[in-house]
Ligand binder design. Structure first.
Ligand code: FES
Length: 176
């Protein structure tokens, strides 16, 4: 698991706890662990898009499961972050159909433009580039995920525009 010394303030607000309890209620008694993935999404969204060890432990305690059961899930899926990440996360698909349509060059171009390598946030914490595997939108290659939305048929010009739109506050990250 990626380690960070950065402290994270844990804010289990009433509205977050209500949402967690509602998710748990979707499953039969004793099967509350089944709500783990959606709960982690909610908790991460409420904590600046990352989950510290302390926060993961808190989720385990709420669900009455072992800490390791949460760590296993958080470290398996790329959608969970174990350190602070850039606010605008450009997640480029790097599987064959996207690669055959220039996705490697587009990702490299984005890194150069933002002045960061893959997997490192910009100094102002606004942007980050991540390499991910197939996102199931191969027919729209090359593509990436930005927040809850897909950006498709990417070109360098589209990347320029997306970066500007992020800076100008014109990008919606969450589908709510
Ligand atoms: S290969 Fe890129 S979305 Fe499937």
């Amino acid at each position: 698991m990626e380690k960070t010394d950065i402290q994270q303030e844990i804010k289990m607000t009433d509205s977050l706890m209500n949402r967690i309890n509602e998710l748990i209620s979707h499953y039969p008694e004793g099967k509350q662990k089944s709500a783990l993935l959606p709960i982690l999404h909610e908790v991460q969204d409420a904590h600046n898009n990352w989950l510290s060890i302390e926060l993961q432990n808190k989720v385990a305690e709420i669900l009455g499961i072992q800490h390791i059961e949460v760590y296993e899930v958080v470290t398996f899926y790329t959608m969970y972050n174990t350190r602070p990440v850039g606010k605008f996360m450009f997640e480029f698909c790097q599987t064959s159909p996207c690669c055959l349509n220039n996705s490697e060059n587009i990702m490299e171009y984005t890194c150069e433009k933002l002045g960061v390598p893959v997997g490192e946030p910009t100094k102002d914490g606004q942007f980050e580039v991540r390499s991910v595997q197939c996102l199931g939108a191969c027919g729209y290659a090359p593509m990436m995920q930005l927040g809850d939305f897909y950006q498709e048929h990417l070109t360098k010009e589209k990347i320029d525009q997306l970066i500007e739109d992020c800076k100008d506050g014109k990008i919606t990250l969450h589908d709510i």
